[in-house]
Design a protein around this ligand. Structure first.
Ligand code: GDP
Ligand code: MN
Length: 441
C-alpha cells in the first residue's frame, strides 16, 4: 500500500515507505496493476507478521490432498476445504458441473476428501469471476475453527479522501459485506492512519474508539485486535501491499481472534524490490493474453466490442475508442503499445487483439512523435508477415514524424492495408469495414 500511498501523501510524510517514482526501473512504466496472491499464501504472510490464522496445508493433487487431510485431522476432526482462486465469493460460488460451494466445512476426513476431489481441477464461478469462472488448481485444507462467536470485516486500504492508509471494518462481516455496505453504511467504521511511520497506536483515542466500535471493549480483547491492526499495517508497509482484506475476521468463543480468510493485493510498480511476493504470483490464474501483454509491456484491457485497437499513448487510445463508438461500432480492447514499440511488441499486440474471435477489423492509430511512423509501419508489415496474413481488414492511420516514409512502407508491402492520415477518416473507415464484416457474418 505504501509505495502508492507515499505518492499521494509524500508531502505530509517523511517516512521511508517507498522509493520515489524516479527510483523505479525504466520498465515499470505501465499503468497500475495489482498482484494478487492466493489465500494460503496471504495467510502465510499474515502469520509471519504475527496475525493468528488457522493451521492449513495447500494441495495440488490427490496425494497432496490425502497428506494434507491427515495432517489436519491430527488437530481437529472437522476439516475445511477451500478452493484457491484469485477471486472472492467462493463460499457462495458454484462449480460449472453444478457442485455447490467453493468452501466446504466438512465433519470428517472422508467428507473432506470427497469435497476436495470434486473441487480440484473443476471451474468455480463466483460473483467476482465472471461467467467463465476460474480453474481450481490448488486447494487449501485447514482445520475447522472452533466455535465462532462473530464474523467481522477488517481491511486496510488506501483512502483517496484522506490520502492515507485506512482501516475499514465492520462488526458484521462475512459473506454479505457488500450488501451491508449498501443497506447499512453506518455499520462500517473507518480509521485513517495519521502517523505513517508509527502506524496504528494503542494509545491513540481514535484507534481505541475504532476497536471499541467493532465490539471489543475489554482490555484483553482490545489488545489482541490492536496487535492485529499493527501486524497488518506492518505487513502492508514492508511488502508494498495496496490492500489487505480479512473477511471474516472472527472472534471465537474461547476469546481468540483470527483471520479466517485473507486477500492481499500488491502494487506491481514496487515488485522489483519484492521478489518473494513475485514468486507467489500464480500466472495460471491470469488471462493468458493479459499475461502476454504484461510480458511485452503492453497496456491491454479486453473490452466486449468488435474493433481491435492498437494505439500509442493512453490519451490517443481513449480518443480512438471514442471515434469507433461515434461511428456506431464498439472497441474490442484498449491497447497502448507505448512510446517505443518494437516489432516483437507489435507482433504480440496483433496476436493478442486477434485472439478475440469477435474482432472483425483492426485499427492501428499511431501518432509519430518520438516513435517514427516508418518504424511502426515496418513493425506492422513485419507483424502481418509473421502472422501469415490477417483474417480481418486492417486500417492504419499514421501521422507525424516520417509519415510519408511510413506510408510508402505500407504501400510497398503490397498488403491490403487501408492507410489513412486523419483520425476521423480512420475511425469512419474502420467502423464501416467492421459493419460490413458484421453484416456478412
Ligand atoms: P469467500 O467466500 O471466498 O470469502 O471464502 P471464506 O474463506 O471467507 O469462506 C466463506 C465462509 O466459510 C466464511 O465466511 C465462514 O463463514 C465459513 N468458514 C470458513 N472457514 C471456516 C471454519 O473453519 N469454520 C467454520 N465454521 N466456518 C468457516
Ligand atoms: Mn471471505
Amino acid at each position: 500500500m505504501l509505495s502508492r500511498f507515499s505518492r499521494c501523501a509524500a508531502a505530509t510524510s517523511s517516512s521511508s515507505f517507498a522509493a520515489p517514482r524516479s527510483a523505479l526501473p525504466a520498465m515499470a512504466t505501465s499503468a497500475f496493476r495489482f498482484i494478487n496472491i492466493h489465500e494460503c499464501d496471504s495467510k502465510g504472510l499474515l502469520s509471519k507478521y504475527g496475525c493468528k490464522v488457522e493451521f492449513g496445508v495447500a494441495a495440488h493433487n490427490e496425494a497432496e490432498i490425502d497428506a494434507a487431510i491427515s495432517e489436519v485431522v491430527k488437530r481437529n476432526d472437522k476439516v475445511v476445504v477451500k478452493s484457491q482462486i484469485l477471486a472472492g465469493g467462493r463460499g457462495k460460488g458454484t462449480f460449472v458441473d453444478g457442485f455447490v460451494g467453493g468452501v466446504h466445512v466438512c465433519d470428517n476426513a472422508a467428507k473432506a476428501k470427497q469435497a476436495a476431489m470434486r473441487m480440484l481441477n473443476n471451474t468455480l464461478v463466483t460473483k467476482q469471476t465472471g461467467p467463465s469462472g476460474l480453474k481450481v488448481s490448488k486447494l487449501f485444507i485447514t482445520e475447522a475453527v472452533p466455535a465462532i462467536k462473530r464474523e467481522l470485516y477488517l481491511a486496510l486500504v488506501l483512502d483517496r479522501k484522506t490520502a492515507s492508509p485506512t482501516f475499514i471494518a465492520s462488526p458484521e462481516g462475512g459473506m454479505n459485506i457488500e450488501q451491508l455496505a449498501h443497506e447499512r453504511p453506518e455499520m462500517i467504521f473507518k480509521l485513517a492512519i495519521k502517523d505513517l511511520a508509527a502506524g496504528p497506536s494503542a494509545t491513540d483515542p481514535d484507534t481505541i474508539a475504532f476497536v471499541n466500535s467493532l465490539g471489543f471493549r475489554d482490555a484483553a480483547m482490545s489488545a489482541k485486535v490492536m496487535s492485529h491492526l499493527q501486524s497488518i499495517y506492518k505487513l502492508a508497509k514492508e511488502k508494498d501491499a495496496t490492500m489487505v482484506e480479512i473477511n471474516p475476521f472472527v472472534e471465537l468463543n474461547n476469546g481468540d481472534v483470527m483471520c479466517l480468510d485473507a486477500k492481499i493485493s500488491f502494487d506491481d510498480n514496487a515488485m522489483f524490490r519484492q521478489p518473494d511476493i513475485v514468486a507467489l504470483e500464480d500466472k495460471a490464474q491470469m488471462d493468458p493474453f493479459e499475461a502476454m501483454a504484461e510480458k511485452f509491456e503492453l497496456n491491454y484491457v479486453a473490452l466486449d466490442g468488435n474493433v481491435g485497437c492498437l494505439v500509442n499513448g493512453a490519451g490517443l487510445a481513449m480518443a480512438t475508442m471514442d471515434i469507433i463508438s461515434l461511428y456506431g461500432q464498439k472497441p474490442a480492447n484498449f491497447l497502448d503499445v507505448g512510446g517505443s514499440a518494437k516489432t516483437e511488441q507489435i507482433v504480440a499486440a496483433f496476436r493478442i487483439v486477434l485472439s478475440n474471435p469477435k474482432v472483425n477489423c483492426i485499427l492501428v492509430n499511431i501518432f509519430g512523435g518520438i516513435m517514427k511512423c516508418d518504424t511502426i509501419a515496418n513493425g506492422v508489415v513485419e507483424a502481418v508477415k509473421q502472422l501469415g496474413g490477417l483474417r480481418v481488414p486492417l486500417v492504419v492511420r499514421l501521422s507525424g514524424t516520417n509519415e510519408q516514409i511510413g506510408k510508402q512502407v505500407l504501400k510497398d508491402s503490397g498488403l491490403p492495408i487501408h492507410a489513412c492520415s486523419d483520425l476521423d477518416e480512420a475511425g469512419r473507415t474502420a467502423a464501416s469495414l467492421a459493419a460490413a464484416a458484421g453484416a456478412r457474418a
